[in-house]
Ligand binder design. Structure first.
Ligand code: NIG
Ligand code: FE
Length: 423
C-alpha cells in the first residue's frame, strides 16, 4: 500500500541522520526542502525528494494513491510528551477563583485542584471517562498531534488509578494516535490518606505499582515532586520501586519551588523531567551530564500566569529541550501544540526552528519514541500533517491562532477531520 504526497510547498523536519534528540545549537537546524514529494509505504516514510525528480520516479512506483498537497507545508506530527487528558468534567470554577486572586497552591490546599478532579473521576463510569477523553483525543489529532503521553493521577486510590490506566489503554487501542501511558499515582495524596502522606507512598509502592505492572498498564512512572506534594526522598523511593518492574521515570519537578526534582530525576535516570519553572543553574549542570530530557510546559505558565521555564538558557548551555502541552483540567486545559510552539517562541525566546524541534523530535525522545516518530526520516512512522500554503515554517508560530492544518495522516492513513474530529 503506497501513498504519494505531491506538490508540497515546504517539507519540514527532515532528519537524514536519524538523531535521537537534538541538543543546544543543533536545535536551530529544522531542515526543510522546497517543492517536494513524500512517498509512504506500509505506514512508514519510504522516500522523499524534490518534485522535479518525481516524473522520473513515477513510472516505477507501481500502484500508488496520490494526494496533492496544493503547495501546502508538510511537517511531522506534533509529539506531545506530557498530558493528563483523561479526566472527568472540567474545573472552570477554579479558573474564576484564580482570576479572583487565589494561587494554584492555595486552591490545592483548600481541597480543590487535583483532589477535585479525583472526586469527579471516582463518580464517573469508565465508559463515560473514555468518551470524554476521546473528544479531547479527536481535538488534538485535528490540531496535528500524532503521538501523545497520557498520565493517570486523578484516581489516587488503587481501583481508580487502574480505571484511568484502562481508559488510556483503550484510547491506545481505538485511536490512530500513538499513545504512551504513564502511572502517576503520586500526583497528590488521596483523600482517604489525608495527613498520612507516608502511608499513601506505601500504598503507591506496595499496592498500586504491583497492580499496574501486573496488568501491563504503564510504560512510565511519574511523581509530582514539588513543594507541598512529594519530597525527593519519596520520589526516589517510588522510582526505585518502579525500576524493579522495568519502569522508568518521567518526573514533574520544580514547578512551584526549587524542590530537588531535577536532582532526583537525574539520579534515577528518568527519561524526562518536566515543568522546571523554578530550576537553577546547578540543575542545568546536572542535566548536562544526563540523558534526561528537560521538558518545558509553556501553556501551564501562560494559563497560571507564572514564570516560564528558562528554556532559552538551557539551550544556550547546550541542553536539549522538549515542549509539551500538559493538557489537564486545572493548570492548562488545552492540548493545542501549535499554540505551545508559539508560546515557546514568544515567552521563552526560542527560535521557531528550536520550538519546532522541541515539539517533534525532542518530545518524541521524551516518550522513548524518537527512533520511530518526530521527524521526516526514512523508515519512521508516517505521522504528518498538511497545512494550507504558507510562506515559511516560521509562519507557523507567528500566525499564533490561525488554524493552518488542512489534512492529517497517521501511520500513512488519512484521519478524517471535519465531521468526526471536531466535537
Ligand atoms: O502538570 N503539576 C501537577 N499536575 C498538573 C496539574 C493537575 C491539575 O491541576 O489537575 C500539571 O500542571
Ligand atoms: Fe503535568
Amino acid at each position: 500500500m503506497k501513498l504519494l504526497i505531491k506538490n508540497i510547498g515546504i517539507l519540514g523536519g527532515i532528519d537524514h541522520d536519524h538523531s535521537v534528540r537534538l541538543c543546544g545549537e543543533a536545535m536551530r537546524r529544522f531542515e526543510t526542502l522546497a517543492s517536494a514529494y513524500v512517498l509512504v509505504q506500509d505506514g512508514v516514510f519510504f522516500d522523499f525528494g524534490p518534485m522535479n525528480q518525481l516524473d522520473e520516479l513515477l513510472p516505477h512506483m507501481g500502484d500508488v494513491d496520490v494526494v496533492d498537497a496544493g503547495g501546502g507545508c508538510v511537517l511531522p506530527s506534533w509529539c506531545d510528551s506530557h498530558t493528563h487528558l483523561v479526566y472527568a468534567g472540567s474545573r472552570e470554577q477554579e479558573f474564576v477563583d484564580k482570576i479572583n486572586g487565589l494561587s494554584y497552591a492555595e486552591i490545592a490546599r483548600r481541597g480543590g485542584g487535583i483532589l477535585n478532579s479525583a472526586d469527579r473521576l471516582h463518580r464517573m463510569s469508565e465508559d463515560e471517562l473514555y468518551e470524554q477523553a476521546m473528544c479531547r483525543v479527536r481535538e488534538i489529532m485535528a490540531k496535528g498531534t500524532g503521538a501523545v503521553e497520557i498520565k493517570s493521577g486523578y484516581g489516587l486510590n488503587t481501583a481508580d488509578e487502574l480505571k484511568m490506566l484502562r481508559v488510556i489503554k483503550r484510547i491506545a487501542a481505538t485511536s490512530p494516535l500513538r499513545v504512551v501511558s504513564t502511572f502517576l499515582g503520586a500526583h497528590a495524596v488521596g483523600r482517604e490518606y489525608a495527613g498520612r502522606q507516608s502511608d499513601y507512598v506505601n500504598l503507591v509502592v506496595d499496592e498500586m505499582l504491583p497492580a499496574v505492572a501486573a496488568e501491563g498498564l504503564a510504560d512510565y512512572v511519574d511523581v509530582f515532586c514539588d513543594e507541598g506534594f512529594f519530597t525527593p526522598a519519596e520520589t526516589g523511593r517510588i522510582l526505585n520501586a518502579a525500576a524493579r518492574y522495568g519502569l522508568r521515570g518521567k518526573i514533574h519537578g520544580q514547578e512551584l519551588a526549587d524542590s530537588g526534582g531535577v536532582q532526583v530525576a537525574v539520579e534515577h535516570q528518568a527519561l524526562s523531567v518536566d515543568h522546571l519553572e523554578s530550576m537553577t543553574e546547578a540543575d542545568v549542570a546536572l542535566l548536562r551530564e544526563s540523558d534526561t530530557m528537560p521538558t518545558a510546559l509553556p501553556g501551564t505558565s501562560f494559563f497560571l500566569n507564572m514564570p516560564f521555564a528558562p528554556a532559552r538558557r538551557m539551550i544556550d548551555a547546550g541542553l536539549p529541550v522538549a515542549i509539551a502541552s500538559d493538557y489537564n483540567p486545572g493548570s492548562t486545559p488545552s492540548g493545542d501544540m501549535k499554540f505551545v510552539v508559539s508560546l515557546a517562541c514568544i515567552k521563552m525566546r526560542l527560535q521557531p526552528a528550536e520550538a519546532l524541534n522541541a515539539a517533534t523530535l525532542n518530545s518524541a525522545y521524551a516518550m522513548g519514541l524518537s527512533d520511530s516518530y518526530g521527524s521526516i526520516a526514512l523508515g519512521k512512522v508516517a505521522n504528518f500533517f498538511i497545512t494550507r500554503p504558507i510562506p515559511s515554517v516560521d509562519f507557523i508560530p507567528y500566525a499564533y491562532t490561525t488554524p493552518l492544518i488542512e489534512r492529517v495522516f497517521l501511520a500513512g492513513r488519512e484521519v478524517c477531520l471535519q465531521s468526526q474530529l471536531i466535537t
